[in-house]
Design a protein around this ligand. Structure first.
Ligand code: 6GU
Length: 234
């Protein structure tokens, strides 16, 4: 069997490396790093600035408000870590919308480099470095750091050994449907009962109930993904 991710590494470029402290040091991500399922390195491209004050941004030509990230520190930083396998992502609200399908594609990349912009924008020539520009949704954030954590989280949990296999197989979006409702103890909580079929021990009926609930929930909440599932993938 070809284990796609026996070892994979991700390099995140950001001038705010401490934003990643909590993310890398808790829960599933921490464990995946300890288990050597993934290696994640944060590179502060400010260290590549040749300016005596470690400047990485400047005013824009033509006039206008806001500071723009300069190309050189980012190019120098990328060139210090890239190899033939590197796949380079630029986080920007102008990028393609991120989704589960993209996560499944990106988990196959052995060596990801994720560039986080910050401030008002980045020099257009930085785009030439990227294989892909990614946005995590139609709203504006102060920088690419949170988005880079969002995509890293979605990828790491898919890597072999990061979490129990079953949980990624049945979850929302993977079969193109939202999750069915789940319950744990107690059977009666403040008058709200666990559906009796789940207590029946009848596996066929449980399976059928879950599928129907998934379908119902998807119809109610996300008819858009249901249509994509029915008509989209030919
Ligand atoms: Cl990738 N960056 C920023 N700054 N804002 C965003 C985004 C990225 N995705 C959605 N909003």
């Amino acid at each position: 069997l070809d284990n796609q991710n026996l070892f994979s590494s991700r390099f995140i470029l950001s001038i705010f490396p401490h934003m990643f402290d909590g993310f890398l040091n808790e829960s599933i991500i921490k464990r995946a790093i300890q288990k050597k399922i993934v290696e994640i390195n944060i590179h502060d491209f400010r260290e590549f600035s040749k300016d005596p004050h470690k400047k990485v941004d400047d005013y824009q030509f033509g006039g206008g408000a806001g500071m723009i990230l300069m190309p050189e520190p980012i190019y120098d930083c990328v060139e210090s870590i890239r190899d033939d396998d590197s796949y380079i992502i630029l986080m920007t609200p102008q990028g393609v919308s991120y989704n589960q399908k993209k996560a499944n594609e990106l988990k196959l990349k052995k060596h990801l480099i994720i560039i986080c912009g910050h401030y008002e924008g980045f020099d257009e020539r930085i785009r030439a470095l990227a294989d892909l520009e990614v946005s995590i949704g139609d709203y504006v954030l102060t920088g690419g750091e949170l988005p880079s954590m969002v995509i890293t989280d979605s990828i790491v949990r898919l890597l072999d050994g990061a979490i129990k296999e079953e949980s990624t197989e049945t979850e929302s979006f993977n079969n193109g449907l939202l999750d069915y409702p789940v319950y744990t103890k107690p059977v009666n909580f403040r008058g709200m009962e666990v559906p009796s079929v789940l207590l029946s021990g009848h596996h066929e009926n449980i399976k059928k109930w879950r599928y129907e609930e998934s379908l119902k929930r998807t119809k109610e909440r996300r008819p858009d993904i249901l249509e994509e599932k029915t008509y989209g993938e030919r």
